[in-house]
Write a protein that binds this ligand. Structure first.
Ligand SMILES: Nc1ncnc2c1ncn2[C@@H]1O[C@H](COP(=O)(O)OP(=O)(O)OP(=O)(O)O)[C@@H](O)[C@H]1O
Length: 361
């Protein structure tokens, strides 16, 4: 297992990048701890696969270094980096048995036969492939084949890291849920450094100890699922994590007071913001911390509609011309079209040009 360090890394697919917009990955420096389970989460095109391919050695970055345990591997092939990879679609040998497919990475590295057998059987057991070990891979379903791919990625005990690129895409939803749990279990057992690319927040939050949220080629936050929920470092994180995402409202601020339209609220901290200077100042509050009451309390808002999403109901309101979502407690009374809303003051965050402003204690 290795500690992975990304030092001043940036990548452009253009041969002569001119400015920031030309970079698919903007400059970044990060350390990912040995034995950590990391998920790279972000929308399509934000640079997840580019970053994963730089870590694996399929791509050499335009600038910066990748270090494994302090050793510069930037120009090393995937083979030299000693990593295992699982891709979106199965990569297996159809003509071989399931057993031989799983054994292949170990035999290739000249592991003794007894250890090959033990590891293959352990991994097969965990992935529920034991009764298929003797079958040829050829006629198996796509699900089964992808399980074998996962097994091939997990079978070697000596890898620096295991990299997964959306490995559950072809798996049916029920099995997906099971496999996510099994991967988490395998991580606990073997403690490999794992990096898992996905655009699905549930997949990221259930698999990872730390989620690396990417947006437009930048890592905007690395945090535990709780940290991403409690304190989104960027409005994008607030919006992308959570269902529905965080409310983000244009506001202006004076010290520890924020104004949304004419409505004033007290922030947990004071902020000395640079003179407006064209910067966008926004207030973030998660729908879990918005209370909807009758019009005689809170800030007057118009109730647009109620969505029943099964586990709870979501009220969609308009406050000072801006959209606000609120998660309604079970059994709560819903006012008619004119309502009042209030925000839990301890749960308000302030953002300047998308980035969290910490303020003064
Ligand atoms: N080989 C390439 N040549 C040129 N541009 C590329 C290449 N691969 C990716 N890009 C561009 O780089 C940016 C990041 O792409 P990347 O595939 O890393 O994103 P992603 O987050 O993995 O997206 P997805 O979830 O759709 O796979 C995108 O704008 C993409 O169009």
């Amino acid at each position: 297992m290795a500690r992975i360090e990304l030092s001043n890394l940036a990548h452009s697919y253009l041969s002569r990048p001119q400015d920031r917009a030309d970079y698919a990955l903007k400059q970044m420096t990060h350390v990912w701890e040995e034995g950590g389970a990391y998920a790279l989460l972000g929308p399509s095109g934000c640079g997840k696969t580019t970053l994963l391919n730089i870590i694996s050695g399929l791509l050499v970055p335009t600038q910066g270094q990748v270090l494994f345990d302090g050793r510069d591997v930037t120009h090393d092939s995937p083979e030299l980096r000693n990593i295992a990879q699982v891709f979106q679609f199965p990569v297996i040998y159809d003509s071989m048995s399931v057993y031989d497919n799983l054994a292949f990475p170990l035999r290739n590295r000249k592991f003794p036969a007894a250890e090959v057998d033990r590891r293959v059987r352990d991994v097969a057991e965990m992935l529920e492939l034991t009764d298929r070990l003797k079958r040829r891979a050829e006629n198996l379903t796509a699900d089964m084949k992808q399980k074998i791919s996962l097994g091939r990625g997990l079978v070697r005990p000596d890898v620096n890291a295991i990299l997964f690129d959306e490995p559950l895409t072809v798996i049916d939803p029920h099995l997906k849920w099971l496999l996510r749990g099994q991967l988490k279990q395998l991580h606990k057992e073997f403690n490999h450094t794992m990096v898992y690319v996905t655009h699905d927040q549930t997949e990221a939050l259930t698999f990872a100890d730390k989620v690396v949220v990417m947006y437009e080629g930048e890592v905007v936050q690395i945090g535990t699922p709780e940290e991403l929920f409690e304190k989104p470092a960027h409005t994008f994180v607030g919006y992308f994590i959570g269902s529905p995402g965080m409310n983000v409202l244009d506001c202006h601020v004076e010290g520890n007071r924020a104004y949304v339209g004419d409505h004033q609220m007290t922030l947990p901290r004071g902020h000395s913001l640079p003179e407006a200077g064209g910067k966008q100042v926004q207030l973030g509050v998660r729908p879990e911390f918005v209370t909807v009451t009758g019009p005689d309390q809170g800030m007057p808002a118009r109730l647009e509609r109620i969505d029943d999403v099964g586990r709870y109901r979501i009220a969609k309101l308009t406050l000072a011309g801006q959209q606000v979502a609120a998660i309604l407690p079970e059994g709560s009374e819903v006012p008619s079209d004119t309502a009042g809303v209030s925000f839990d003051p301890a749960r308000l965050h302030l953002y300047v040009d998308g980035h969290l402003s910490e303020g003064r204690p």
